[in-house]
Design a binder for this molecule. Structure first.
Ligand code: ZN
Length: 138
């Protein structure tokens, strides 16, 4: 039995030689495929099922691709795009949590997002980014 699994492992390793393999984008397309499949079951949507299998196909195609450069470029692009979303998402959640304690506003000059503690009355604000000073009520 051990010999069998060892052979399977070796076989898989040989198959993956020179192939691109898994990356963050691969995980994302796989997860998206699973999510679409589950939503498809709930809503009995054949289109979503087809879409989910298309995503699996993309995942497998990229994993077994021998062209590393374009696959890496795709993954970089993916990380670039979602990085902004992830950052914005965590910032948004933090703002919602702190809303009662802090007032959020933008610098009139550079649009940098700033905050001040509530209940301080009118106060001179200095933008941390561009150094612009202005008055703001908390
Ligand atoms: Zn500013």
């Amino acid at each position: 039995m051990n010999g069998f699994w060892q052979k399977m492992k070796n076989g898989f390793a040989r198959m993956m030689v020179g192939r691109y393999g898994a990356d963050q984008l691969g995980m994302a397309t796989l997860m998206a495929g699973v999510v679409l499949y589950l939503i498809g079951i709930v809503f009995r949507s054949g289109i979503l099922n087809i879409l989910s299998f298309a995503l699996y196909a993309v995942t497998v195609f990229r994993m077994f691709s021998r062209k590393r450069e374009p696959r890496m470029a795709e993954n970089r692009k993916y990380l670039e795009i979602t990085g902004k979303w992830r950052l914005e998402g965590t910032r948004f959640i933090r703002r919602q949590k702190n809303k009662k304690e802090y007032k959020y506003f933008r610098c009139p000059q550079c649009r940098q997002l700033l905050r001040m503690k509530r209940g301080q009355g009118e106060k001179e604000i200095r933008c941390a980014k561009c150094g612009n000073s202005f008055k703001m009520k908390s």
